[in-house]
Design a protein around this ligand. Structure first.
Ligand SMILES: Cc1cc2nc3c(=O)[nH]c(=O)nc-3n(C[C@H](O)[C@H](O)[C@H](O)COP(=O)(O)OP(=O)(O)OC[C@H]3O[C@@H](n4cnc5c(N)ncnc54)[C@H](O)[C@@H]3O)c2cc1C
Length: 390
């Protein structure tokens, strides 16, 4: 996504030089979110050439989709890349858009993961009504797959090491609100269940309990696919390449965008990649910077969406710290929780309230973060805009 969008934005900004795109999967770019949300209903990848109307073959001079880069060398006049097929490429600059990969702890080889179209095909081929599926991890992808598999008649168990689903993403208090969604979807959720052993016929958790299964899915997170860059450019302990607001790394001639980057955001500080909207949006300012053009001052807020067990969740900005102000009743139905830090709106988690999605996107997308009156903001009958003060 980020690589294709960078090509498209460079051409849109008037770049007529030579462009090469490298890939590691041997197929043209496709959209990953449907891999989990439409795991069983969509058997062909959602090709980005159709979704975005942009084709790598129209945009790049050289398209090498099965020649991953293995090494990056920064030279006095640009970069040199060593490819897996033994070739070497020289260029004036490189944009890193190598994304991330699913984490699978050592010893868990019997578990499947879900990151690529090939992974989705493999997982889909194992699922059928009555099949016992154990999912390790109640994060974004664990929850999404649990929902679609249970709806299709699989017997789904989710094992989560933390005290609540989505604990890393939302914190325990907000994550716990999704527990009832699992129950309503007919999924058996076990919290504080730390998996210690994974086999082809099931898993065992600390304390000794076993969960038999025909299929085990490891959904414990993703990590930037940047191991091949070790020693070539500075990286964070998380594996992200730190970049400024335009996508420039600390090394001249090297930029990074999408999942593999941690991008400086004027309002929110460093934002680690890992979400679709950044891969879609951030290539535009990057291309404009490369072409020496100005970008609009206001940046959109970091945004994540997910379809969890029949519910829509949207997360904007920073979820904590701060005062939590909730609109709606999380025990009953749709809700929005705003994070207000010292009077300033810094983030929001929105469950099934599309109007608040629009309002929050606008409020957090301005040049400055707005001040909100918490009492008015907590009244779900008023539009959020009327809670802005000053
Ligand atoms: C199942 C699933 C569901 C998701 N759902 C959501 C969602 O609901 N909401 C959301 O916000 N985000 C979601 N995401 C995350 C979202 O898809 C990513 O943030 C987005 O794809 C990132 O785009 P990217 O271009 O940075 O990386 P990628 O899409 O990972 O693309 C990187 C490409 O680089 C290639 N590559 C890697 N290493 C090399 C190399 N050394 N040389 C050459 N090529 C290389 C890879 O093969 C890959 O094709 C989901 C992800 C998955 C897997």
């Amino acid at each position: 996504m980020a690589g294709l969008r960078t090509l498209a934005e460079l051409r849109a900004a008037g770049y007529d030089g030579h462009l090469t795109i490298l890939g590691a999967e041997g197929v043209p770019p496709y959209d990953r979110p449907p891999l989990s949300k439409e795991l069983l209903s969509r058997t062909e990848p959602a090709w980005l050439s159709a979704e975005l109307g942009a084709d790598v073959h129209d945009l790049a001079d050289d398209v090498l989709l099965d020649s991953p880069a293995r090494r990056l060398l920064v030279t006095d006049d640009g970069v040199r890349l060593a490819l897996s097929d033994g070739r070497e490429l020289e260029a004036d600059g490189a944009v890193l858009a190598c994304g991330s990969h699913a984490v699978r702890p050592a010893g868990w080889e019997a578990a499947l993961t879900l990151h690529t179209a090939a992974d989705a095909e493999q997982l889909r081929s194992h699922l059928a009504p009555g099949v016992r599926l154990v999912i390790i991890g109640a994060g974004w992808i664990g929850g999404e797959v649990a929902g679609v598999a249970a709806a299709a008649g699989c017997e789904v168990t989710v094992l989560e090491a933390g005290p609540a689903p989505l604990v890393r993403q939302l914190g325990a208090e907000l994550g716990a609100r999704t527990v009832r969604w699992y129950a309503e979807a007919g999924v058996a959720l076990h919290l504080d269940a730390r998996v210690v052993d994974v086999a082809t016929d099931g898993v065992r958790v600390a304390g000794g309990r076993s969960f038999p299964a025909e299929v085990v899915l490891c959904a414990v997170g993703a990590r930037p696919a940047t191991d091949w860059l070790t020693g070539s450019i500075p990286m964070l302990p998380t594996g992200h390449v730190p970049v400024d607001g335009a996508g420039a790394s600390d090394v001249p001639g090297v930029w990074a965008v999408g999942d593999c980057a941690a991008r400086e955001n004027a309002k929110f500080g460093p934002v680690p990649g890992g979400h679709w909207s950044a891969a879609l949006i951030d290539p535009a300012p990057l291309a404009r910077e490369l072409m020496g053009l100005d970008s609009p001052v206001a940046e959109p807020a970091p945004y994540v969406y997910s379809a969890q067990l029949g519910h829509n969740l949207a997360v904007f900005g920073r979820v904590s710290p701060g005062e939590l102000v909730t609109r709606g009743d999380p025990a009953e139905g749709p809700w929005t929780t705003l994070t207000i830090d010292d009077g300033v709106l810094t983030g929001a988690v929105i469950a099934d309230r599309p109007r608040d999605v629009t309002a929050v996107r606008k409020l957090l997308g301005g040049a400055e973060l707005p001040r909100l009156d918490p009492r008015t903001a907590g009244d779900e009958s008023v539009n959020l805009r009327s809670a802005v003060v000053g």
